[in-house]
Design a protein around this ligand. Structure first.
Ligand code: C5P
Length: 290
């Protein structure tokens, strides 16, 4: 048996450049892996069995089971595994939990079944599973483009504490699709915000973080009623800048000082809100074996 960490992500920039003929949207986004992670344990088994410590997790709806089927059909041979998931990343939050678990399933099965598929093959399987899945094969800091599946690693961001505020009762079926559908041409940008962020990263000019950007913040109120209230609570608790994670609804703030970050988390918790303290992660190669 071995275990792998499947980290969450935040988007430092998330620009939508336009709608594509295939119905997807062209994006330019800088994604950052963070320490909040699910843990996936892999054990040999004749057939596939999936277990999770969260009652809300359903194997048949999960990208983990889809990734497993895709992996064995690519091998063209039988194979199974028992995959036990310890869920820490909130569901449907904008933190990429499902996509990360799918990518780590591919890496774990490649190891467990001694399939030795090269990174390029894993990439092609990952892009079939979802636009955000390929990023999690490498993690760290990366530029993603296309519909999100084209990944270019970037120099690591300096270490930041990342406070996550998880709004309650905002579960929205088909959320990502709905968020994209809310966008209008006036929300599209040319990718310059992302380019400028990359220039700052390349010049090591990160003492103060450039402005973060997420196009979905423009339309979040249409899908997540009450999100502005959560934003306000975050600022009142002392956050310096609040942004939304991916297609939401989780909000985050990045802080350099650990004590300040801990105090913000504590204040949010005193309000009865769900807050988690994490930090940015450098790319550690393919995946974090535990
Ligand atoms: O790729 P994924 O399955 O995660 O995408 C979910 C939905 O989000 C897609 O069906 C599409 O409606 C929308 N989407 C989009 N443009 C992207 C990524 C996703 O329109 N770049």
């Amino acid at each position: 048996m071995f275990a792998l960490k499947a980290p969450a992500k935040i988007n430092l920039t998330l620009e939508v450049i336009g709608k594509r003929p295939d119905g997807y949207h062209e994006v330019a986004s800088i994604i950052q892996a963070i320490s909040l992670s699910d843990i996936l344990e892999f054990e040999p088994a004749e057939n596939f069995a999936f277990l999770c410590d969260s009652p809300d997790w359903k194997a048949e709806k999960s990208l983990v089971s889809r990734a497993s089927s895709l992996f064995v059909s690519r091998l063209g041979a039988g194979g199974g595994a028992r995959i036990n998931i310890h869920k820490n990343i909130p569901f449907s939050a904008g933190l990429g939990g499902e996509s990360s678990a799918a990518a780590i399933t591919l890496i774990g099965l490649n190891h467990l079944l001694q399939a030795d598929l090269p990174p390029g093959d894993l990439y092609h399987l990952a892009e079939k599973l979802g636009s955000d899945v390929p990023f999690f094969l490498t993690g760290g800091t990366a530029l993603v483009s296309g519909r999100g599946e084209k990944v270019s690693p970037l120099p690591a961001l300096p270490h930041y504490w990342v406070i996550l505020l998880i709004p309650a009762d905002m579960d929205t079926p088909g959320k990502t699709e709905k968020m994209y559908a809310c966008l209008r041409p006036g929300n599209f940008t040319a990718g310059r915000i992302t380019d400028d962020f990359i220039s700052s990263l390349a010049h090591g000019d990160m003492k103060t973080l450039p402005d973060l950007y997420n196009v979905f913040e423009r339309v979040a109120g249409q899908v997540f009623g009450g999100i502005d209230w959560y934003k306000e609570q975050f600022y009142l608790a002392g956050a310096s800048r609040v942004n939304m994670a991916g297609s939401g609804p989780v909000l985050f703030s990045m802080e350099t000082d650990k004590t300040a970050a801990e105090q913000i988390v504590q204040r949010l918790k005193q309000q009865g809100l769900k807050a988690i303290l994490a930090h940015t992660l450098d790319s550690l190669g393919p995946a974090g074996f535990i």
